[in-house]
Design a binder for this molecule. Structure first.
Ligand SMILES: Cc1cc2nc3c(=O)[nH]c(=O)nc-3n(C[C@H](O)[C@H](O)[C@H](O)COP(=O)(O)O)c2cc1C
Length: 350
């Protein structure tokens, strides 16, 4: 097969622009708005129950204009162990004390489920045009199943090695996720954060290393950013943070306010909210414990112990313990309809 010159050869949308799937911050409403504007809208499925996933897939199948994407995590499921959980709760004790919460009463919870044959049973009847993964790819038999029903398969790479691995294991396109990106790092071959590159360094090196189309992600917030990515070898772009303040997103009012404030100039990678490094606006929990904490249990087990603290402070109108996922470039975060943002970004392809 000769190399496609643009992402639209693989995914026939009007623009080679994917709205990044953002678990916890959006559902089908944002995806539909982006599809109607000629981009590829995404549904993040990592935090959806099977029933909620099915309902969202029904909406997309019935209403989406043009190709759409469903996104899954494919992390290994860790086994909870009580000693690790106890250490984690001890690290959080000052916050529990302040909130008047007894850590012994806090239920443990996984928070996010990886893609599985059970999830595939829900998805298969809908045969989504595109399926994207974060944290690698599912096991070969599961990936083969997704390909059999006809979805184009994408996954995030945070290093050149990961991009080569994804191509070798069947990804139809690779998303080069620069260090600027909001949310979880998609890293899966290494846990060493010193391997992580910014978009300007990562993108051209991945574009040179693989034959499949490369989608640039991380720090793109306007048409100039799109142009820069395309000039550096991208076949398309994936934009997340800039969509977070669109009315079609389900981003909370507190999160929106933080994204559009001076606080958004300081983001960091943190393991506190899930156990894996993810980029968010620095808040009191991150400042107090340090963003990367050795006691945080493996992904996604850190989430359960934080949940009641998050709820406590949010009820007071505060984001002390809220994950404020955000990329480094929030200059595109405005309360404008997703169609308007999509049209603005798409000018970068002209
Ligand atoms: C709030 C938020 C949630 C995210 N959740 C997911 C997710 O569920 N799945 C995924 O593959 N990527 C997720 N990401 C990462 C995006 O796919 C993408 O890499 C990133 O948004 C690109 O950088 P940008 O935020 O600077 O545009 C998330 C990003 C944000 C900001």
């Amino acid at each position: 097969m000769s190399r496609p010159t643009a992402l639209t050869d693989l995914i026939p949308s009007r623009h080679p622009l994917i709205q990044a799937p953002m678990a916890g911050a959006q559902g089908s409403a944002l995806a539909l708005a982006v599809c109607a504007a000629g981009g590829v809208g995404s549904l993040p499925a990592a935090m959806l129950s099977p029933e909620a996933l099915q309902a969202e897939l029904q909406v997309l199948r019935q209403q989406a204009q043009g190709p759409w994407n469903v996104n899954f995590f494919c992390h290994p499921s860790p086994t909870a162990d009580s000693a690790t959980e106890a250490r984690w709760r001890e690290a959080l004790r000052p916050f529990y004390d302040e909130a008047g919460i007894d850590p012994a009463q806090v239920p443990a919870g996984a928070g996010r489920v990886p893609f599985s044959h059970a999830v595939a049973d829900v998805v298969e009847p809908f045969a989504p045009p595109v399926v994207s993964f974060h944290f690698g790819l599912p096991a070969p038999d599961l990936l083969a199943r997704v390909k059999r029903w006809g979805s184009v398969v994408l996954s995030s790479a945070t290093t050149v090695d990961e991009a080569r691995w994804l191509q070798a294991h069947g990804a139809d396109a690779v998303i080069a996720q620069g260090l600027e990106a909001g949310g979880h790092r998609g890293m899966f071959l290494t846990a060493d954060l010193s391997t992580q590159l910014g978009s300007f360094a990562l993108l051209p090196q991945i574009a040179q290393a693989v034959d499949v189309p490369v989608v640039a992600a991380g720090g793109i917030a306007n048409a100039d950013g799109v142009r820069a990515a395309m000039a550096l070898g991208a076949a398309g772009v994936q934009v997340g943070t800039a969509y977070l303040c669109c009315p079609e997103a389900s981003t909370s009012a507190l999160h929106r306010a933080a994204l559009m404030s001076e606080a958004a100039r300081h983001t960091a990678l943190t393991t506190l909210f899930s156990g894996r490094p993810a980029r968010g606006i620095v808040n009191r929990l991150m400042e107090t414990l340090g963003p990367l904490h050795p006691a945080a249990p493996a992904f996604p087990l850190a989430t359960g112990a934080i949940a009641p603290l998050r709820n406590h402070f949010e009820a007071l109108g505060r984001t002390d313990c809220t994950p404020l996922w955000s990329g480094q470039n929030t200059s595109g975060c405005k309360p404008v309809p997703a169609a308007k943002l999509t049209a603005e970004l798409a000018q970068g392809f002209a």
